[in-house]
Design a binder for this molecule. Structure first.
Ligand code: UDP
Length: 396
């Protein structure tokens, strides 16, 4: 089976932590790589954003990233990319024709890719599966949501109702999408994310702190996320200040370069106040390869998001044996099911978050028990499940 994955606005090999490169990139890359176990090869099509750049990047013997010219070969705001949908689709179709390739299935990620997918479906007569990652109409329910372009809202209704299959990543998202677009249960399936269980492993906390140059003593909280409003990082800084204003607890917020974003700059301002000096620390972006050490150095990881469509960071932390204090959103309620795994609080509720931070104590459980929360959520299981969904769709 050969699958065309569409990831127009975000390259799955871009730097993680940047505004448009996060969990979706990890999801696409990992699933594409793992699908080899089921005889599936994948071409991932993304927009060419720089000149020069290799037109084709071989990620494995069965997975290629193909850069398609559509619009300027330069970064382009996500909001204006609907304008390049037809050029993108035409150039993907031309590529496939030149190479003599036929795709059994199109799997589009995010609504802009979905619009490309609709065009390719009519050219190729291949079924279209749609993973939204976020949906505008649901985003408007977040307490701090910015406005959503009308074109996105109407395109998502069209895609929800006309794709051959919609993939949600959690049971909650599935229920939301069914209710939103009046979809029958059979047309929305769950294709969850996963975690690299070999990469994210428990290790010795003191060693991790020493190697990272972090203080050996005192409680250490960690947050990992892109510096965008939905991640709730400013709310976390305020809750932390009220919960631990006079203690020796430290909070490290890893993600983007703090000086490069408005949120980062405001967090830096808080970090430079007398009360927070040396206790709210912003180390910048951390390479995915180095993140296990950070999770292992922390006593707990905090996920303060107003909304998560899935929430890979929580899975990565749990896989390292580090409990998670998380807003009740995305996969969090599915994974955090006992006090050993962590605690849930109301999304967007700063006082619930502050009291969670103030009351939480490290549990008397070993790292393996915490890891148990995600032991069955490796990427190979996620890919096996996705393959079943692909087969069902192709045989419909
Ligand atoms: N990430 C990273 N380095 C950073 C910040 C984030 O490698 O400095 C990775 C993180 O490990 C996770 C992904 O980016 O795999 C973020 O995924 P998540 O689902 O938590 O959030 P999203 O970006 O999808 O909103």
């Amino acid at each position: 089976m050969r699958v065309a994955m569409l990831s127009v606005h975000s390259s799955p090999i871009g730097p993680l932590g940047a505004e448009d490169t996060g969990g979706m990139s990890v999801y696409i890359r990992q699933l594409a790589l793992q699908l080899v176990q089921h005889g599936v090869s994948v071409d991932i099509f993304t927009r060419k954003t720089s000149e020069p750049s290799e037109p084709i990047v071989v990620l494995s013997p069965t997975v290629r990233l193909i850069r398609i010219v559509a619009g300027p070969c330069a970064p382009m705001p996500k909001a204006s990319q609907a304008a390049i949908v037809s050029a993108f689709a035409d150039n993907v179709a031309a590529f496939a024709q030149r190479a003599g390739l036929r795709y059994a299935l199109i799997h589009a990620h995010y609504w802009i890719s979905g619009l490309v997918g609709l065009r390719l479906r009519s050219l190729w007569s291949a079924p279209l599966a749609m993973t939204f990652h976020t949906v505008g109409a649901l985003k408007l329910r977040w307490p701090n949501a910015a406005s959503v372009p009308a074109e996105r809202l109407s395109s998502e209704v069209l895609l929800g109702q006309t794709s051959d299959r919609v993939f949600a990543t959690t049971t909650a998202e599935r229920a939301d999408l069914q209710a939103l677009w009046g979809l029958p249960a059979a047309s929305v399936r769950i294709a969850p994310g996963g975690v690299d269980l070999a990469h994210f492993q428990p290790s010795d906390k003191s060693t991790a702190r020493r190697v990272l140059g972090l203080p050996g003593e005192g409680r250490l909280l960690l947050a990992v996320g892109r510096f965008v409003p939905v991640k709730g990082l400013e709310m976390l800084a305020h809750a932390f200040r009220s919960a631990h204003g006079d203690s020796d607890v430290r909070l490290y917020v890893v993600g983007d370069d703090p000086k490069a974003t408005a949120i980062g700059k405001r967090l830096l301002d808080v970090a430079q106040t007398d009360l927070m000096a040396g206790r709210l620390v912003l180390p910048g972006r951390v390479a995915h390869a180095d993140l296990p050490r950070w999770y292992n150095a922390a006593d707990c990881v905090v996920v303060p998001s107003y909304h998560e469509s899935f929430g890979l960071v929580a899975l990565e932390s749990l896989a390292c044996g580090t409990p998670v204090l998380a807003a009740r959103t995305g996969c969090m309620p599915e994974c955090i099911t006992s006090a050993a795994h962590g605690t849930l609080f109301r999304p967007g509720d700063v006082s619930d978050l502050a009291s969670t931070l103030a009351n939480w104590r490290p549990p008397q459980t070993d790292q393996q028990q915490v890891r148990g929360a995600v032991a069955s959520r490796g990427w190979s299981s996620a890919a096996e499940h996705l393959h079943g969904l692909y087969e069902a769709l192709c045989s419909d």
